[in-house]
Structure formats: structure tokens, C-alpha cells
Design a protein around this ligand. Structure first.
Ligand SMILES: NC(=O)C1=CN([C@@H]2O[C@H](COP(=O)(O)OP(=O)(O)OC[C@H]3O[C@@H](n4cnc5c(N)ncnc54)[C@H](O)[C@@H]3O)[C@@H](O)[C@H]2O)C=CC1
Ligand SMILES: CC(=O)C(=O)O
Ligand SMILES: [Mg+2]
Length: 512
């Protein structure tokens, strides 16, 4: 395979843009899956931004024009009443990990309808390469309930249903029928919900299936991990999480998921619920979440409603009043963190955390270069999509970190599929955060990183799987293993990881 890999890499380097590289890699994957995964495993830093965020965003936007061959299962509102037979037609018999989207909120790009299929495909590429799930055991799914994106409804290449989105009962019946069909054919499958608009998310209790919402749970866990390692880098202990003050811009699935995970993390350091909740201001497009908005907030948002802020306050006003030590963005609004806002944070905290987590790159609340410049290189920076190292005028080089749920979901999927976990609990997610924080190397820390290098993602995913699996077994939630297996978990899980190598077509005499 060595020459083949070299050839593909050379061709990739000669292509003019990342979107061309993305299309070419899709072709490689269609023609030779083993080669594709071998390349991805060995060149994660180079290829993850092409297969995954940020380029996958453009791939979704241009999905119809670039479409060559179907990959994954498209289930539309027209399949209502037939989903059992549709799922029955999937050619592989041992599906263990499913990523499903309805395309209603793709990264920070809004409603992309059936074009959203690029996301389950990209996520599952990482499940295979980083989490070691064999490619024949994964299934990307797009639930096509229509789209409200006028541009797509007029797009001659649009591949989805040309109709407005189903809402209410009609929509939930579609999702229910899908889940029912999965339960019927793949009862032990792990189902990841991805990029569903926050106003329709209500599936986390799809028992007896093991379901996981990546945007809420995965993003929460990965963010908490970066806070732990950032505090350690600053010479503090993880317990000092309880002394931080958080402003989170964005109160959708990701923003509230992050706030909830940190809240639980703080309570584990000994604070009461009331004390912990007072550490947060969560802001949405209308300003801070406040008690006078309670009737209009979701259950998850209501937790963070405050009585000392006013509806309509700007982010700058909030920062001035609350004096956060940590500023996070999950708003999908590119450039939301202005120079004035970031400098204001630094007035009260000399070494703040600045985490613009929205994807893809154009939607990040600020760039790495801006955040470092505006804080004289003193901030801890992490973003959802990768940024290149930044050289300050002094010549000092700073290495931004990538805070993306990609450090969490492949490991959770590995644990869930091997151990046949019945559910993913908050305790497991907390252990996943700790495992990511512990996976940093001395070199990562020396470079000021708060997340592991992406080239280590396979190892990080194994660490996550071991931590989550151990908690799962201890909680009696594994259908396949018990407490006697805990000491051997790492060996068990690593031995089950898919390795992209060619299998000999003709067996040697001693193998026959
Ligand atoms: N780094 C990572 O691992 C992840 C990043 N994300 C990113 O988070 C972003 C949001 O995702 P969701 O929460 O699912 O979307 P969403 O659409 O549910 O939520 C967006 C939120 O931002 C708020 N918002 C809009 N304009 C704002 C403004 N000017 N100021 C403050 N808040 C504003 C909205 O009111 C809403 O509460 C996306 O860009 C997505 O790519 C999501 C999951 C993981
Ligand atoms: C990373 C991810 O899941 C998102 O941006 O939605
Ligand atoms: Mg997502």
C-alpha cells in the first residue's frame, strides 16, 4: 500500500483547494476503503480538516453538485410506513454505530436539508479512523423531513424532498418510526444524533436503544476536558474550576450542553447547585437568559436564568458587569468576539480562556490570531475548527488547541459497541472528559495546548473508551462484560479496533 498512499498524498498536494481534496478523498473511499482509512489514520492532522470540519461544511453546502455515489441511507418523509423494510435493505448485517441527522442545523451553516448527509459521513470517517470501528459496521443516515432553506428549494441539484420541513406530530412520527426500525433490526446499535436544530431535540430517552447527542453531550464533555487541562497548565488544580466565572454566548444545544457539563463538573468539586449555577451567564441572540424570560426558555436554558441581568444587554455589557475568566462561543456568529469584548475580559483576568467553538472556521467567534493579539499572547485559546500556529511580533509562537467533540465521540462509540452499553450516562461523560485531559503529553503542555494533538486521536479515543467502559461496567450498564473484565479493558478494547490493512486474498499454507 506504500506506493498507493504516496500517490494519493501527492495527488492531494497538487489539487488546488481543500474542497477538491475532499471530493477526491470521497472517490478514494468509494474505490478502496482500506487505503482511505490507512491514509486518514496516518495523516490525521493533514486530512481531518479536509474530511471533517471546516471543509465538510462546504462539502455539505455543495453536496448536490458534487454528488457522485450514495453513501449512507436516505430516509424521507415519503418512506413513512416503509422504514422497517428500508432499514432491512441495508446491505451490512452487523451495524454497530449509526450517525443520524435531519440536516436542520449543520455546523453553524443552518438548515441544509438532505445536503446535511455530509456530516454523518464525516463523523463516521472519524469513528472508523479514530475510534477503530470497522467501516462495514457504521451507517450514516439522513432523515429527510424537507427543508426551510429557500435557496435549496430552488437548487436544481438538490437531492432531497422539495418541500417545507415537517413539524409537530408528523415530524416526531418520522423519527419514531426510524428509531423503531433500528430497534428492530439493530437492537444493540449505538445511535448518535447529530446537528438537529435545538427546537426538535427530544430523543435522548429513545430506550432501549443506546443514544447519544453529540452536540449536547460530546461538546459538553470535550469542553470540560479543555478547562481541566488549561487549569493544570496554569499551575492550578482541577478543583479551581469552581473559582471560574463563565460567559457562554449561544444557548442552543451546544451552548446549553457545555454549560450543563461544566455545571456538573463544578458541583463535583464541592459547590452546591445554587453556588455553581451563579458562576454562569448564558447569552443568546436576545441577550442574557433571565428570569423574566422563563416562560419562553427550554428546561435546559431555564437553569441558567438570572435575576441580575437585563434582557437585551449586549455581550460587551454582560462581560463588563460579570467579569468572566472564561469566554465561550457557541453562537455560530463569526466575529462575535470583538477586540473590545476580548480586551475587556482581560482587564479582569490576566490569563483568560477564550474558546470560540463555533464551526466551520468562518463562524468562529474570533480567530486565534486575534485572540492572542488582543490578550498579548496571554489567553488560553481553543476553537472548534483548527487554526494554524500564530507568531507574535515578539517572535513567540503560540499553538492554538482544537476543542471539538471529535475527541469524545469515537471513544464513546468504541466503548458502546464493544461493551454493548445500554446507555450513556453523565458519569460516563465526566470520565470521558477526565480521560481527554489526562491524554495530553508533556510536549502538548509545553506548547501550551489544552487538548491533545490531533495526530494522537486514536490513542485518546482508546483512553476515552477505557474510562467510559469502566464506568459502564461499574454501573451495571454493559450487556457484554462484567467487573472481572475491568483490569483487561484496555487490551479488550484495543484488540477490537479496526486497523486498515490489506487482508491476504490467498491464505498461506499455515493459515489453511
Ligand atoms: N466545537 C465543537 O465541538 C462544537 C461546536 N458546535 C458549534 O456550535 C454552534 C451552535 O450550535 P447549536 O447550539 O447546535 O446551534 P443552535 O442554533 O441550537 O444555537 C445557536 C445559539 O446561538 C444564539 N445566538 C445567535 N446569535 C447570537 C448572538 N449574536 N449572540 C449570542 N448568541 C447568539 C442563538 O440564540 C442560539 O441560542 C455551531 O456553530 C456549531 O458548529 C456545535 C457542536 C460541537
Ligand atoms: C463539531 C460539531 O459537532 C458541530 O459543529 O456541530
Ligand atoms: Mg454537530
Amino acid at each position: 500500500m506504500t506506493v498507493q498512499k504516496r500517490k494519493v498524498l501527492e495527488r492531494l498536494r497538487r489539487l488546488p483547494s481543500d474542497i477538491d481534496r475532499n471530493s477526491y478523498l470521497a472517490e478514494v473511499c468509494d474505490n478502496n476503503e482500506t487505503l482511505f482509512y490507512a491514509l486518514l489514520v496516518e495523516n490525521m492532522e493533514y486530512l481531518a480538516p479536509i474530511v471533517y470540519t471546516p471543509t465538510v461544511g462546504q462539502a455539505c453546502q455543495e453536496f448536490g453538485y458534487r454528488f457522485r455515489r450514495p453513501r449512507g441511507m436516505y430516509l424521507s418523509a415519503l418512506d413513512k410506513g416503509h422504514m422497517h423494510s428500508c432499514i432491512g435493505n441495508w446491505p451490512q448485517r452487523d451495524v454497530q454505530v449509526i450517525v443520524v441527522t435531519d440536516g436542520s442545523r449543520i455546523l453553524g451553516l443552518g438548515d441544509l436539508g438532505a445536503y446535511g448527509m455530509g456530516i454523518p459521513i464525516g463523523k463516521l470517517a472519524l469513528y472508523c479512523a479514530a475510534g477503530g470501528i470497522a467501516p462495514h459496521r457504521v451507517m450514516p443516515v439522513c432523515l429527510d423531513a424537507g427543508t426551510n432553506n429557500e435557496k435549496l428549494l430552488k437548487d436544481p441539484f438538490y437531492i432531497g424532498l422539495v418541500q417545507k420541513r415537517l413539524r409537530g406530530d408528523a415530524y416526531f412520527e418520522l423519527v419514531d418510526e426510524f428509531l423503531d426500525a433500528i430497534r428492530n433490526r439493530f437492537p444493540d446499535a449505538f445511535v448518535q444524533f447529530e446537528d438537529f436544530s435545538s427546537d426538535v431535540i427530544d430523543f435522548l430517552s429513545a430506550a432501549p436503544l443506546c443514544v447519544f447527542n453529540d452536540d449536547i453531550q460530546g461538546t459538553g464533555a470535550v469542553t470540560l476536558a479543555g478547562l481541566f487541562s488549561g487549569l493544570i497548565n496554569r499551575g492550578l488544580t482541577p478543583e479551581s474550576l469552581k473559582d471560574q466565572r463563565f460567559v457562554i454566548a449561544g444557548a442552543g444545544s451546544a451552548g446549553t450542553g457545555v454549560a450543563t457539563a461544566i455545571l456538573q463538573g463544578i458541583m463535583k468539586q464541592g459547590l452546591t447547585y445554587g453556588e455553581a449555577v451563579s458562576k454562569f451567564v448564558v447569552v443568546d441572540k436576545d441577550g442574557p437568559l433571565t428570569v423574566d424570560r422563563l416562560g419562553k426558555l427550554t428546561k435546559e436554558q431555564s437553569v441558567f436564568a438570572r435575576d441580575d441581568m437585563a434582557l437585551g444587554m449586549t455581550l460587551l455589557d454582560v462581560v463588563k458587569q460579570f467579569k468572566p475568566t472564561i469566554l465561550m462561543g457557541l453562537s455560530a456568529v463569526g466575529g462575535l468576539f470583538t477586540e473590545e469584548i476580548v480586551r475587556e475580559v482581560k482587564v479582569h483576568c490576566p490569563q483568560p480562556f477564550i474558546f470560540p467553538l463555533s464551526n466551520p472556521t468562518a463562524n468562529a467567534e474570533c480567530s486565534a490570531e486575534d485572540a492572542y493579539r488582543w490578550t498579548e499572547g496571554e489567553c488560553i485559546f481553543a476553537s472548534g475548527s483548527p487554526f494554524a500556529p500564530v507568531t507574535l511580533p515578539s517572535g513567540r509562537i503560540l499553538y492554538p488547541s482544537q476543542c471539538n467533540n471529535m475527541f469524545i465521540f469515537p471513544g464513546i462509540g468504541l466503548a458502546a459497541s464493544v461493551l454493548k452499553l445500554k446507555q450513556i450516562t453523565d458519569d460516563m461523560l465526566y470520565e470521558a472528559s477526565v480521560a481527554v485531559a489526562k491524554s495530553l503529553t508533556d510536549d502538548d503542555r509545553k506548547a501550551g495546548r489544552v487538548y491533545p494533538h490531533v495526530n494522537d486521536i486514536r490513542h485518546v479515543s482508546l483512553n476515552v473508551a477505557v474510562a467510559v467502559g469502566k464506568k459502564g461496567i461499574e454501573s451495571g450498564l454493559s450487556k457484554a462484560y462484567d467487573s472481572t473484565d475491568i483490569p483487561h479493558l484496555e487490551e479488550i478494547l484495543s484488540s477490537k479496533m479496526y486497523n486498515p490493512t490489506y487482508v491476504p486474498l490467498i491464505k498461506n499454507a499455515d493459515q489453511q
